[in-house]
Structures are given as structure tokens and as C-alpha cells.
Design a protein around this ligand. Structure first.
Ligand code: F6P
Length: 320
């Protein structure tokens, strides 16, 4: 193997740059040439590639976002788009592609591998919804960003004896809501994976807590549960506690990656290059019990990730 490419795809995640840096530097150090693909799979379709050097990835380990830009590419899902991407790889002599992204990006990697271009996936998503992997790149940073912001909300909620309903990202996954909710001591945590009962899981918990002298509350809601404005109105009506809804939005995806995400990204980037050099393809890099491992992409995509119920129960038991 002489030439590989790296791309970032789907929603960005803090730590993607650290992964790009690790892939580029590991590959160059092992004698490979590396291309950076601009804007995910669209860059392969449109032949937007830049040769990467050791210095093109200087000063990016601490930066959020992705220097390679990212995109979701409906065109890549068509046979015509795929053919163009494959031709680009052949034109440049690219023999392997490292794909940093989430499950949608891995489906693309699976297809590209089927079309003869070996791919390795690195899980980068703040949602932490890649089943084979304990923690995805970006999740730790996003959870810390949420905690920072909710700590600020808590100050003003406390001053006004209010309830703050906070919506965090996670259309299908409650990991961010659960982890950040636990870390801020939220009275209720609502996630898409577990149905909730308005009275039992919110109103009664607030009432019980207020009898012990606490008069401000945080209700953490994953995006997939939704309707935070309506929920805030219902809570105010049912409890008499003044309630405000806050949607944290895309700010959760930005910012400097945490040490944990930088280290994870560096390790996974290096591991991905090793896999390609060993002639492996259609693999996803993952962590299991703190160790780096890899899975077949088909197998990884078929796996279901269930929420950590122990974490959920503990958060519930002690937020009283
Ligand atoms: O997958 C990451 C994620 O941030 C989800 O949590 C969120 O639902 C989605 O991306 C938002 O996507 P977009 O940036 O396209 O609005």
C-alpha cells in the first residue's frame, strides 16, 4: 500500500482533527502518501483532494470542527455518485480510505469497500451511538460542554427558584442526556430509549424534592424526546414552579476537544492506519473494556447499543 486518503463525514465532532492528524502522521511515518478529502464523500465525487504533509496537520489537535470540512452526501448513495468516487480513487492511486464519522458514514464506507476501495471507519459522533464502541470521539467533549452550560443555567434557576428544561442533542440516543444529566444532578432525565410518565417521572419528583427544601430543578431532555417548550409549559402548570426551556443546539458540537477525546482520536487514528497496512478493510475501530479493537462494519452496524441502565437508575435514585 502506497497511498491512502482520509475524510470526515456526517455531523462534525470535537476530536475529528486529532484523528486526522494521527492518521496523516502515522501514515507518513510508515512511508505512505496521504490525501485529505474535502467535505466528506462529496470530495471524492468531485475530486477535491489535497496532499497532506506532516505540517498540514500542525496546530489542529486542539481545534474543534474538522479542517477537512464535512458533509452528508445524498449523491454518494446513488450508483452514479459511487462510480465517480471510485474513479477519483483510481485516478489518484488511492488504495485505502479512512472514514471519520458515525453510522451513516460507515454505511458509505461499507459501499465503497464493496466497490473495491478498502475502508476503515473511526467512530466520531457526539451521540455515542456506535454500538460496538464504548465511547465515540466527541462524546466526552460534548458532555463536558453541556455540563458547563447547564451549570450556568443552574445559577440563574437557583436565583429565581425556577425549573430549567434543557434539550440536548441526540435524536435517537440518550447518552448525552444521561451522562450530562447525571453530572449536573438533573431531577429528571428523559431519553428516547425509555418512555416517561409526566406525573411520576417529573411532577412527583419535583414535588418530593421541594418538600426537602430544594426549589430549583433541571429537567434534561434528549432531542429525540422533543417538545421542550410544551413540556416547560406543562411543568409550570402542574407544579406552579416557573419554568423555562433552553435548547442548547449546535454549540454542543463545537469547542476544543477534551484530553480524553484527543487521546482516543490519536490512538484510533494510528490503529486505523495499521489495519489498512495489514491489508484489512471494511472494519470499524472501537474500544471495548478500554482496549482498542476492530469490528467488521456489517457486524458493527447490525449491533444495537442499549443505554447504561445502571447509570440511569443511580442518577434517578440520587437526584432527590
Ligand atoms: O449525529 C450528531 C448530531 O449532532 C445529532 O445529535 C443531531 O440530531 C444531529 O447531528 C443534528 O444534525 P444537523 O447538524 O444536520 O442539524
Amino acid at each position: 500500500m502506497k497511498k491512502i486518503a482520509i475524510l470526515t463525514s456526517g455531523g462534525d465532532a470535537p476530536g475529528m482533527n486529532a484523528a486526522v492528524r494521527a492518521v496523516v502522521r502515522t501514515a507518513i511515518n510508515r512511508g505512505l502518501e496521504v490525501y485529505g478529502v474535502i467535505r466528506g464523500y462529496n470530495g471524492l465525487i468531485r475530486d477535491e483532494l489535497i496532499p497532506m504533509t506532516l505540517r498540514s496537520v500542525s496546530d489542529i489537535i486542539h481545534r474543534g470542527g474538522t479542517v477537512l470540512y464535512t458533509a452528508r452526501s445524498p449523491e454518494f448513495c446513488t450508483e452514479a455518485g459511487m462510480q465517480k468516487a471510485v474513479e477519483t480513487c483510481h485516478r489518484h492511486g488511492i488504495e485505502g480510505v479512512v472514514v471519520c464519522g458515525g453510522d451513516g458514514s460507515f454505511r458509505g464506507a461499507q459501499d465503497l469497500t464493496r466497490h473495491g476501495i478498502p475502508c476503515i471507519g473511526i467512530p466520531c459522533t457526539i451521540d455515542n451511538d456506535i454500538a460496538c464502541c464504548e465511547a465515540t470521539i466527541g462524546y466526552d467533549t460534548a458532555a463536558n460542554t453541556i455540563v458547563d452550560m447547564v451549570d450556568k443555567l443552574r445559577d440563574t434557576s437557583q436565583s429565581h427558584d425556577r425549573c430549567s428544561v434543557v434539550e440536548v442533542m441526540g435524536r435517537h440516543a440518550g447518552w448525552l442526556a444521561l451522562t450530562a444529566g447525571m453530572a449536573v444532578g438533573a431531577t429528571s432525565i428523559l431519553v428516547p430509549e425509555i418512555p416517561y410518565h409526566f406525573d411520576k417521572d417529573i411532577v412527583d419528583r419535583m414535588r418530593n424534592t421541594s418538600t426537602t427544601g430544594k426549589h430549583h430543578f433541571i429537567v434534561m431532555v434528549a432531542e429525540g424526546v422533543g417538545h421542550v417548550n410544551e413540556l416547560a409549559e406543562r411543568i409550570e402548570e402542574a407544579t406552579g414552579v416557573e419554568t423555562r426551556a433552553t435548547v442548547l443546539g449546535h454549540v454542543q458540537r463545537g469547542g476544543s476537544p477534551s484530553a480524553r477525546d484527543r487521546v482516543l482520536a490519536s490512538q484510533m487514528g494510528s490503529y486505523a492506519v495499521n489495519l489498512l497496512m495489514e491489508g484489512k478493510s471494511n472494519r470499524v475501530v472501537a474500544t471495548q473494556s478500554g482496549q482498542l479493537v476492530d469490528f467488521d462494519i456489517n457486524e458493527a452496524l447490525a449491533m444495537k447499543k442499549s443505554l447504561n441502565m445502571n447509570k440511569y437508575q443511580v442518577a434517578k435514585e440520587i437526584s432527590i
